[in-house]
Design a protein around this ligand. Structure first.
Ligand code: GAL
Length: 469
């Protein structure tokens, strides 16, 4: 009836989305500060994370929410430029260290395990100005920052995520230009950034492995975004192939080098090379890893961290005009099934998570899996009685139960997104993902539980759904 003993039940947040205090106590600007301050209607109502949930000053209120839920784990991210205002250890902001020390100590004092993300989309502006993730120099800056964090917090933090949704981030920030630095480089920037992100993750993992693991005994991974995909026509071989390519270009693109052999999937290499040739490029737009880099990258994750929100249908879409872009390279078109329920822009497909977990188990040698994010939003204004939204969480837990007990997936932890309503990137405050409602007009940013919070607390207490399955 229950989940395995010791199963982790968490909730997540990210620094820029909740902290506010964007220039408080010596924090340096990051790319989201710059992007939101530029205006230009790229974000819902030009909203910013300047104050957000005010967690920089209201941590005690967040802790109350965490205790009310009875979380076993709390996942949050460190703001790089709060700790290192210009991105380097040339200047260290003690106030930033104090803030995160307090969070970590309070969590541990309350028997809540911290899961700490080093980097959740918020590059220090000073590093973006030097080329950001398109530049190889950022790999070493990240490694320096990671080492600083391991040595400062690693006596107490044992579960680290280096980079949040590295795969989605490369696409949104450096390919499509939807996220800062918001300069599109379709068909080139995403690959270049991904190449550097993979190496940065691997370098940081090695730093942990060689300098800290023996003493600190923790675990390090990166989190990957993954939607499940089904062939639009299950009987069409070309749609089936398109579904495989979609997973290859999104998830396996990062997971195969890191978990298997240090290199990109063959289908990605061949598609991008063929398309690049057609477009007259002298070589593939996809950079290559050297043999030494492959050895450095291979095996650099201690668990598989995945973030699932939704699923799609996919069909083959030939790129006969040689258009630039990652989807164009993959020759896919993805779209939702019209029968799926759309909740705040996310199609609700709880069974997709079970299929995805099985795929990860089968493809990546049955790794320990953490779901580091999953959730459902409501539009604003959102009713406190969010019974419908809770129903999707409930269905998701049923799927996880089946994944563990029927598919024998080694799932050890589930982290919902999010602890609190927060700044949802380009959607600003118009989408609410929290277990706790936050009134963003209220200077005190009061946190009020949704029905989901009370229900989630029950699940955590019972270590599963009542009367399950
Ligand atoms: C993820 C992201 C989170 C949160 C969530 C909800 O992609 O890591 O920061 O915004 O989506 O959309």
């Amino acid at each position: 009836m229950a989940f395995p003993a010791g199963f982790g039940w968490g909730a997540a947040t990210a620094a820029y989305q909740v902290e506010g205090g964007w220039d408080a106590d010596g924090k340096g600007p990051n790319v989201w500060d710059t992007f939101t301050h530029q205006g230009g209607e790229r974000i819902f109502k030009n909203q910013t994370g300047d104050v957000a949930c005010g967690s920089y000053t209201l941590w005690e209120e967040d802790l109350k929410c965490i205790k009310q839920l009875g979380l076993t784990h709390y996942r949050f991210s460190l703001s790089w430029s709060r700790l290192l205002p210009d991105g380097t250890t040339g200047f260290i902001n003690q106030k930033g260290i104090d803030y995160y020390n307090k969070i970590i100590d309070d969590l541990l004092a309350n028997q809540v395990t911290p899961i700490v993300t080093l980097y959740h989309f918020d590059l220090p502006q000073a590093l973006e100005d030097k080329g950001g993730w398109l530049s190889v120099a950022t790999i070493e800056s990240f490694n320096e920052y990671a080492r600083f964090c391991f040595s400062t917090f690693g006596d107490r933090v044992k579960q680290w995520i280096t980079i949040n949704e590295a795969n989605l981030f490369a696409l949104l920030a450096y390919d499509l230009g939807m996220f800062p630095p918001a300069i599109p480089h379709q068909g080139t920037g995403g690959y270049q950034a991904a190449h550097n992100l993979i190496k940065a993750h691997a370098r940081a993992w090695h730093s942990y492995d060689s300098l800290f693991r023996k003493e600190q005994k923790g675990m390090v991974s990166l989190s990957l975004f993954a939607g499940w995909v089904e062939p639009a026509d299950p009987n069409s071989v070309s749609d089936q192939e398109a579904a495989k390519r979609t997973l290859a270009f999104h998830l396996d693109f990062f997971a195969k080098p890191i978990f298997i052999d240090g290199d990109y999937p063959e289908v990605v290499k061949s598609q991008v090379a063929a398309m690049s040739q057609k477009q007259g490029y002298p070589s593939s737009r996809l950079p290559e890893f050297t043999e030494e880099e492959k050895r450095m990258i291979k095996g650099t994750a201690d668990f598989f961290a995945v973030q699932y929100y939704s699923s799609s249908l996919v069909k083959h879409q030939e790129n006969d005009k040689g258009e630039l872009g990652i989807f164009q390279d993959a020759e896919i078109e993805i779209f939702p099934d019209p029968s799926w329920i759309n909740l705040g822009g996310i199609y609700v497909v709880p069974w997709g998570i079970r299929k995805l977990l099985k795929y990860i188990k089968d493809t990546y040698n049955n790794p320990v899996i953490y779901i580091t994010e999953n959730g459902f939003p409501q539009g604003d204004p959102a009713p406190l009685d969010d019974t419908q939204r809770w129903e999707y969480f409930r269905q998701t837990f049923q799927e996880l139960f089946k994944a563990i007990h029927l598919d024998k997936v080694d799932l050890k932890l589930y982290c919902a997104w999010a602890l609190l309503d927060n700044f949802e990137w380009r959607q600003g405050y118009s989408l609410r993902f929290g277990f706790f409602h936050v009134d963003f007009e209220d200077p005190e940013r009061r946190r009020v539980p949704y029905t989901s919070a009370k229900e989630y607390a029950k699940v955590i207490r019972n270590n599963g759904l009542e009367g399950h399955p």
